[in-house]
Design a protein around this ligand. Structure first.
Ligand code: NAG
Ligand code: NAG
Ligand code: NAG
Ligand code: NAG
Ligand code: NAG
Ligand code: NAG
Ligand code: NAG
Ligand code: NAG
Ligand code: NAG
Ligand code: NAG
Ligand code: NAG
Ligand code: NAG
Ligand code: CU
Length: 557
């Protein structure tokens, strides 16, 4: 594009007055036959695009998205990481904050972006529809506010995902009926391109190519929209400088490998300082350091310099092994909040509510399942049972019998959570339980992985607030010793964090957003199994401390 056209387009997109604006979007959910990849199949898309359109706004803007459901399934959309201050009605998780948008219906999501800037993602939040219903959210700083790092010459979005040759609704339905783990995916995607697909010959149409100018700094906005796979991401011969995660600025650090879980976003600076006549492999591969089957196919893309020769040599890169725990932990432990004057860390120093939650999987009876039982997910030994209306409606309209507010702050029984061979019962309790928090209380949650069946790394996502990651460790959390090593100075602030395999993670947040906020594993297989719960944050007494009334078009069940 000519520079003057680009400037004109930018002016159209971002008017020069500094007040916040209203941004209108129409998201039409439609089926589309997708033929670009190895197999042709009909997928749910927004506006016929895969990945879906990018939602762009500036900090402070009011964003309105009219979601029109033109497919045969119920749909909801979640604006992952958007705080939704007092606007839980627009958060999106089905049966938590809303009833689904049924076929032929529409719903206007309406929220204001407050105190956030960076990259996030949107995705469907019902069943497994998010496998193809997803896209990036880009929040620019307010006009006149620069990035706290050198201004990049250009910005590129890279959405990572997972692809099944079969319909993903059939995949999760089959797993639910059998009680067994769902089939692993057949390919990984980079901006919709698969590269190698299980059982298919590679098609050249399936390779993502990032075209760059030489000697420039690019901002890559990397989004992991995969269903079940935690991902390593690399570009041969190039290094990244991480500057932001989950729309929170970080202290810059240099790394060859980005580690990113489903639900996370990572902004990195990339200097295009290598020989322009080369071409460079871009690679994404799974991380899994437990005896659990995942898609182990590496997807490749290409970085090419403009003007480079077609026949130029290909620079390769080696990915960390699939079980490279050290690469995972090294990346996570390098993350620190920027903690500048303009972007300070507001980590709670005193705690009103301290919770300890065991997490993992179990086995419950299921007469109709393959082996007479089924795999389930648990938090404090409770498998969450989805209600049939939104918890937020039940709370707001005081409808009894939908949930109980007795989610336990501690495990019902204590045991060696990470013992090599767990010999206790594998069963769990079923319930729709929330944990109630008074407005503005400070909260600490220590999430403890268990070795029941198998220990596993779980990316835990909390809706409605960011949290600070004050500590992480391997083995059993020690409430006497471990808090002494907590980082209360510059802990990373984000909305999704791993609980490492056979380890624990401590997070803190302030419950200053009234509503009902989902917390769950962002591996969709575990969410489907019930590894989820919700916090109910009560209204405060002040004028701006209560949930706004529900919109008139809020879907009904
Ligand atoms: C997809 O292709 C099938 C078979 O060719 C056709 O019946 C169907 O109408 C197509 N669907 C869409 C949404 O184009
Ligand atoms: C969006 O919600 C705000 C309240 O948060 C309300 O004032 C405004 O009218 C709503 N906008 C639309 C278009 O419904
Ligand atoms: C899952 O994989 C099994 C074994 O390859 C296959 O028989 C089955 O059809 C797959 N399920 C779906 C829904 O594609
Ligand atoms: C790279 O860019 C910098 C700053 O724009 C410039 O000073 C330098 O000469 C350039 N180097 C090359 C090799 O083009
Ligand atoms: C990938 O996993 C499949 C089974 O899911 C296995 O057969 C294959 O050997 C694995 N490949 C590699 C490179 O580990
Ligand atoms: C990781 O995987 C490699 C290759 O599959 C294997 O040789 C190695 O023993 C594994 N490491 C651990 C710690 O399990
Ligand atoms: C818990 O189990 C682990 C792994 O088997 C073992 O190393 C540890 O000593 C056990 N801890 C306690 C308190 O028994
Ligand atoms: C755990 O069980 C496995 C196989 O059942 C066995 O090989 C291993 O020695 C056991 N480990 C411990 C610490 O008991
Ligand atoms: C979880 O609850 C079930 C059902 O009451 C029980 O059998 C099991 O031992 C409990 N497990 C743990 C780890 O507390
Ligand atoms: C919330 O609590 C903090 C710490 O006590 C206090 O500084 C802040 O003013 C409170 N906010 C509101 C809205 O009450
Ligand atoms: C409540 O919010 C409105 C609109 O955001 C603002 O104008 C008003 O000053 C706030 N009131 C208080 C007491 O914070
Ligand atoms: C769609 O949602 C409505 C309202 O909750 C529910 O009654 C209906 O069974 C759902 N349809 C499907 C196919 O799940
Ligand atoms: Cu999980």
């Amino acid at each position: 594009m000519e520079a003057w056209i680009r400037a004109f387009v930018l002016i159209l997109l971002f008017p020069t007055f500094s007040e916040a604006v209203v941004r209108h979007y129409t998201f039409k959910v439609v089926m589309k036959n997708y033929t670009k990849l190895c197999s042709t199949k009909s997928i749910a898309t927004v506006n016929g695009k895969f990945p879906g359109p990018t939602l762009r706004a500036r900090e402070g803007d009011n964003v309105l998205i009219n979601v029109i459901n033109n497919i045969n399934s119920n749909v909801t959309i979640h604006w992952h990481g958007i705080r939704q201050l007092r606007t839980g009605w627009s958060d999106g998780p089905a049966y938590i904050t809303q009833c689904p948008i049924q076929p032929g219906q529409s719903y206007l999501y309406n929220f204001t972006v407050t105190g956030q800037r960076g990259t996030l993602l949107w995705h469907a939040h019902i069943s497994w529809l998010r496998s193809t219903l997803h896209g990036a959210i880009v929040i620019l700083p307010q006009k006149g506010t620069p990035y706290p790092f050198p201004k990049p010459a250009k910005e590129k979005i890279i959405v990572l995902g997972e692809w099944w040759k079969a319909d993903t609704e059939a995949i999760i339905n089959q797993a639910t009926q059998s009680g067994m783990p769902p089939n692993v995916s057949d390919a990984h995607t980079m901006n919709g391109y698969t590269g190698p697909v299980r059982g298919c010959s590679v098609s050249s149409k399936g390779t993502y190519t990032l075209h760059v100018d030489h000697n420039k700094t690019y901002l890559l906005r990397i989004v992991n929209a995969a269903i079940n796979d935690e991902i390593f991401f690399k570009i041969a011969s190039h290094k990244f400088v991480v500057v932001e995660v989950d729309a929170s600025y970080t202290k810059p650090f240099t790394t060859e490998t980005v580690y990113i879980t489903p639900g996370q976003t990572t902004n990195v600076l990339l200097k295009t300082d290598q020989s322009p006549s080369g071409k460079y492999l871009i690679a994404m591969s799974s991380f899994m350091d437990a005896p659990v089957a995942v898609d182990n196919i590496t997807n490749y893309g290409l970085l090419r310099y403009k003007g480079g020769h077609l026949g130029s040599p290909l620079a390769l890169t080696s990915m960390p092994l699939i079980n490279a725990t050290q690469s995972q932990l090294k990346f996570i432990n390098s993350l620190r909040s920027l903690n500048s004057k303009k972007y300070p860390v507001n980590v709670p120093l005193t705690i009103d509510h301290s919770l300890f939650m065991t997490m993992g999987v179990g086995v419950n009876p299921c007469a109709t399942c393959l082996n007479g039982n089924k795999l389930v997910g648990t938090l404090n030994n409770i498998t969450f049972v989805m209600p049939t209306i939104g918890l937020l409606q039940a709370h707001y309209y005081k409808i009894n019998g939908v949930f109980t507010d007795d989610f336990p702050a501690n495990p019902i029984t204590t045991f060696n959570y990470t013992v090599a061979n767990f010999t206790g019962g594998l069963g769990t309790l079923n319930g729709t339980k929330v944990y109630s928090l008074p407005y503005n209380s400070s909260v600490q949650v220590v999430l403890q992985d268990t070795s029941i069946i198998a220990p596993e790394s779980h990316p835990v996502h909390l809706h409605g607030t960011n949290f600070f990651v004050v500590g992480m460790g391997i083995g059993n959390y020690d409430a006497n010793k471990d808090p002494m090593n907590f980082n209360l100075v510059d802990p990373v602030e984000r909305n999704t964090i791993d609980v490492p395999t056979g380890g624990w993670t401590a997070i803190r947040f302030r419950a200053d957003n009234p509503g009902v906020w989902f917390m769950h594993c962002h591996l969709e297989v575990h969410t489907s199994w019930g590894l989820k719960m919700a916090f109910l944050v009560k209204d405060g007494d002040g004028p701006n401390q209560s949930i706004i009334p529900p919109p008139k078009d809020l879907p009904k069940c």
